[in-house]
Design a binder for this molecule. Structure first.
Ligand code: RTP
Length: 155
């Protein structure tokens, strides 16, 4: 069937500084491309502290919050907006559990990481947060308007 446009959602996916430093950018982008989602935004970016704090504001009472902010701002990140039907939940599956030791083999964290505090990648946890985070990390005009050559989405 052809997926209705109302089912299309976007997820904010970010390769964290450890993923960039370890040379995992190509491998991670490739997994999303091969899965079949559409890349709408992509940039290498040094995140200011205020932006990291806003992005993770729901965690600001947690004991690990200062370390998390230090980690996310410790080097460039790769910011991505991926689009498709069900992309938010699917990306969470591709990424795997927050603790990489509990992440299934075959997932990004399961294959490429060992520490929760160095877990390589972020993915939005709901379509609403996908919208919120893409608006937070990308400026007007930074997202591309294009369709995949394989469109419309066929299942
Ligand atoms: P993310 O937002 O980065 O995709 O991660 P998540 O939903 O899987 O996990 P969440 O609970 O939202 O935590 C956000 C990030 O904070 C770091 N963290 N450290 N030291 C700790 O106990 C701890 N717990 C979480 C991780 O980088 C996690 O991805």
């Amino acid at each position: 069937r052809i997926v209705a446009s109302s089912e299309i959602e976007q997820s904010y996916i970010m390769i964290k500084p450890d993923g960039v430093q370890r040379g995992l950018v190509g491998e991670i982008i490739s997994r999303f491309e091969k899965k079949g989602f559409l890349l709408k935004g992509l940039k290498l970016f040094q995140c200011p502290k205020e932006l990291a704090q806003e992005h993770y504001k729901d965690l600001n009472e947690r004991p690990f919050f200062p370390k998390l902010i230090e980690y996310i701002t410790s080097g460039p990140v790769v910011c991505m907006a991926w689009e498709g039907a069900g992309v938010v939940a699917s990306a969470r599956k591709l990424i795997g559990a927050t603790n990489p030791l509990q992440a299934e083999p075959g997932t990004i964290r399961g294959d490429l990481a060992v520490q929760t505090g160095r877990n390589v990648i972020h993915g939005s946890d709901s379509p609403d947060n996908g919208k919120r985070e893409i608006a937070l990390w990308f400026k007007e005009g930074e997202l591309a308007q294009w369709e995949s050559v394989q469109s419309p989405w066929l299942i």
